[in-house]
Design a binder for this molecule. Structure first.
Ligand SMILES: Cc1cc2nc3c(=O)[nH]c(=O)nc-3n(C[C@H](O)[C@H](O)[C@H](O)COP(=O)(O)OP(=O)(O)OC[C@H]3O[C@@H](n4cnc5c(N)ncnc54)[C@H](O)[C@@H]3O)c2cc1C
Length: 438
């Protein structure tokens, strides 16, 4: 990882000085065939595909690290995945094969002996989510059981008895990261399912491993893209890069905020696509303990429902490490993240104290907040279509002027079945690379 090379800066600067409109003139000197914006799953996958196709490319990454939302956080002294953790629908997920090729162990989640304990406002509750409950919810989102309309998840489950509708709302917040009113039922119904694998050494670490040997310009945010000419010109604080095409893997939230200025402005179809998507707020708080286990076996889940709209899930001692990971989503997560890391950790500890007892604080060592919804380079956990906007992903995926290709989890997989996931992002990166190379 190094800053933009002197050569690429000089090459890049030469074009605008001579031709202020960017690359309009014939015979412009391009730094490379394709510029890739972002070094997450989609960007890395696009790079590998372009490598195979023998194309020259540059990868520009805003953060000082790579992997994007695949990130194994080591600040607790034990690795834990702050973003993606499961290799979902593993039967067809490319990360399963990548792990195997790199000699990285992946374990089927079903093989782990996990236990779940349920609480309501800190008080032990009956086991939630009997099989019938899940089946009833699942039926509403199974296209094989009947057409799923493009209405909100909340509206879709409104006819269920209150307890079951509550289960669906928990799925929305804790699995998709947002309130059920904000999520298109049809978009959710399209998602692929299958086996889930876990990577003990870290899914984020696997992405880093996969990137090894790629020349990635970190700490190099793209601030503007001019595609008015024959190719594209990308502005960064380290200089200008010119290419025949750009693959833009920047998360939807960042694009919506206008962090990258496009000239000319993006066409209506792309803007419609962006406006039709939302970003969830799934959040993790990592808590390190001193070895005390409070009588909880490794891989125990503690679910606590606090009022109708807020829940915590505590994943305890996964891989027998001294770490508890607290999960929360939706507006509850947004408001807690807005209060900052210290308040988030304190709140999680208060919750845990209610569930486990006062010894929690005695054995707590330190914690970290991974508040993706406030992280300027993600501004959310992953995308969902808003109700009535199930076509938004296709609109965003449509190439712009044959030289801008938006790719990432938001456009992942055939019929967007891989959306929201690292596997989908990888597939989207491959598709964008083939299109850009063409
Ligand atoms: C809490 C959480 C849990 C998750 N759990 C799972 C899971 O279990 N399984 C799963 O499959 N998926 C999971 N996901 C989703 C998964 O992490 C993402 O779908 C996937 O990693 C997205 O990859 P991407 O390449 O599309 O985007 P990203 O990984 O976000 O990559 C985009 C890159 O662009 C960079 N960037 C942004 N702006 C600029 C700019 N202006 N210039 C240059 N670079 C820029 C970013 O820094 C980032 O590195 C989870 C995500 C979160 C947040």
């Amino acid at each position: 990882m190094r800053p933009l090379s002197r050569r690429s800066i000089i090459l890049g600067l030469a074009a605008p000085l001579a031709r202020p409109s960017g690359l309009r003139a014939q015979g412009a000197v391009f730094d490379c065939d394709v510029a890739i914006v972002g070094a997450g799953a989609a960007g890395l996958s696009a790079a590998r595909q372009l490598q195979k196709l023998g194309k020259a490319f540059v990868i520009l990454e805003a953060r000082a690290r790579i992997g994007g939302r695949m990130f194994t956080d080591t600040r607790l002294g034990a690795p834990y995945d702050a973003g993606a953790v499961y290799i979902h629908w593993a039967e067809r997920n490319p990360w399963r094969d990548i792990a195997a090729e790199l000699g990285v162990t992946a374990v089927n989640n079903d093989a782990l002996s996990t236990a779940s304990e349920f609480f309501n406002d800190g008080r032990r509750a009956q086991r939630r989510g009997d099989r019938g409950n899940f089946q009833a919810i699942d039926n509403l989102f199974d296209p094989e059981k009947g057409e799923v309309p493009d209405i909100s998840m909340a509206a879709r489950v409104a006819a269920l008895p209150v307890a079951r509708a509550g289960g669906a709302e928990a799925i929305a917040r804790m699995s998709l990261g947002d309130e059920p009113e904000n999520i298109s039922a049809l978009d959710y119904a399209r998602l692929w399912s299958g086996d889930d694998l876990l990577v003990p050494s870290g899914y984020g670490a696997l992405a880093e491993n996969y990137a090894r040997g790629l020349d990635i310009h970190t700490a190099t945010p793209v601030t503007a893209i001019d595609y008015s000419g024959a190719g594209v010109a990308l502005e960064t604080p380290a200089g200008r890069v010119t290419a025949r095409a750009a693959i833009i893997t920047v998360p939807v939230g960042v694009l919506q905020k206008g962090v990258i200025r496009f000239a000319p402005s993006l066409p209506g179809v792309t803007r419609d696509g962006l406006n039709g998507l939302g970003m969830g707020a799934l959040t993790k708080i990592g808590l390190r303990f001193d070895g005390a286990r409070f009588g909880l076996a490794p891989a125990t889940d503690l679910w606590d429902r606090r009022g109708p709209r807020s829940s915590f899930d505590f994943e305890c001692w996964t891989w027998d490490r001294d770490v508890i990971v607290a999960y929360l989503g939706g507006d509850h997560a947004r408001s807690l993240v807005a209060r900052g890391e210290r308040a988030a950790i304190e709140t999680a500890l208060d919750e845990l104290t209610d569930l486990i007892g006062p010894d929690v604080r005695k054995h707590f060592v330190h914690g970290v907040l991974n508040g993706w919804c406030a992280d300027p380079w993600s501004l959310g956990c992953y995308s969902h279509a808003l109700p009535g906007n199930a076509g938004a992903r296709a609109k965003l995926a449509a190439p712009v002027a044959d030289r801008l290709f938006f790719a990432g989890e938001a456009t992942g997989g055939e019929s967007f079945g891989g959306a929201m996931t690292a596997g989908g992002a990888w597939l989207a990166g491959q598709a964008a690379a083939r299109a850009a190379a063409g």
